[in-house]
Write a protein of this length. Structure first.
Length: 278
């Protein structure tokens, strides 16, 4: 609604700025939809404005495809660019005043295009919060390779962590639109309500046990435990198992160099006896 909009002739929006590169290889997912919605709003306020969207891929998935179709129908111009030939922004003099000129090669036409932009908008990538690592250590939950929190299973447990009682939703999990964040938040609340509605929690009996006489406190079990159920006691230098968190997967037992760890009911002697009985 700014009066400046009435004087704008050319608006250029460049997608995938700071994402889908070597530093941040992931797609931020929301940029295309939000850029197109902004373009539609500007067309509504000033139908005469020329809007150019420079993109690598248009990812208006689901019903967001309707925004893309509407934008094309209203005259928004979409120009594909190759990541090996990214758009260049130059500051040039036009009639004695500084003007932004965007230079981009259209792979379809095979020609270089030059656009004088009154306004240049950059669709920058979404990055995970800087304090995510500290939070992950505090709650003993994992991060993925991009720095976002990692769910227990993408299909079976999409809002759960491997650690019981901790749930995730929204952009802590990955870049997503607000309607997706709301849906995921409702799922997380539902899962948390299931825990809070119980008077007590029942844990499994198949858990790891430590032979303190054999444990050297090397910390290998603590590093490999996917559920963060083992910690090395700094005073006694022996591993301590939190039975409420332990799932009895046996990763620690198979990794223990001194043979100090076993899973209840699945010690080496018990397994060998079962094999011999067969």
């Amino acid at each position: 609604r700014s009066p400046r909009l009435s004087s704008i002739q050319n608006l250029v929006i460049i997608q995938c700025v700071g994402s889908r590169n070597d530093e941040r290889p992931y797609c931020s997912r929301i940029c295309c939809s939000e850029s197109i919605k902004c373009a539609l709003k500007l067309k509504e306020l000033n139908p005469e404005v020329n809007i150019y969207v420079l993109y690598r891929d248009i990812r208006t998935y689901g019903f967001k495809e309707d925004f893309y179709r509407e934008a094309r129908d209203k005259g928004v111009i979409f120009i594909l660019y190759d990541p090996d030939s990214k758009p260049e922004v130059q500051l040039v003099k036009v009639n004695g005043s500084d003007t932004l000129k965007v230079v981009v090669t259209d792979p379809v036409l095979g020609e270089q295009l030059q656009i004088e932009a009154d306004v240049l908008a950059l669709a920058t990538g979404i990055i995970p919060p800087s304090g995510g690592g500290e939070l992950a250590k505090l709650f003993k939950v994992p991060l993925n390779e991009d720095g976002f929190f990692l769910e227990a299973h993408v299909k079976l447990r999409p809002v759960d962590f491997a650690v019981d009682g901790v749930f995730l939703c929204g952009m802590a999990h990955s870049p997503k639109l607000i309607d997706e964040s709301i849906t995921q938040a409702k799922a997380a609340v539902s899962r948390a309500t299931m825990v809070l509605s119980r008077g007590s929690m029942t844990v499994g009996g198949t858990v790891s046990v430590v032979d303190r006489a054999k444990c050297t406190g090397c910390g290998v079990c603590q590093e490999v435990c996917p559920f963060k159920a083992i910690e090395v006691d700094a005073k006694d230098m022996v591993a301590v198992v939190n039975e409420a968190l332990c799932k009895g997967c046996g990763v620690c037992a198979s990794s223990c160099r001194s043979g100090a760890l076993d899973v209840k009911g699945f010690s080496d002697e018990q397994i060998l006896s079962a094999v011999q009985a067969l």
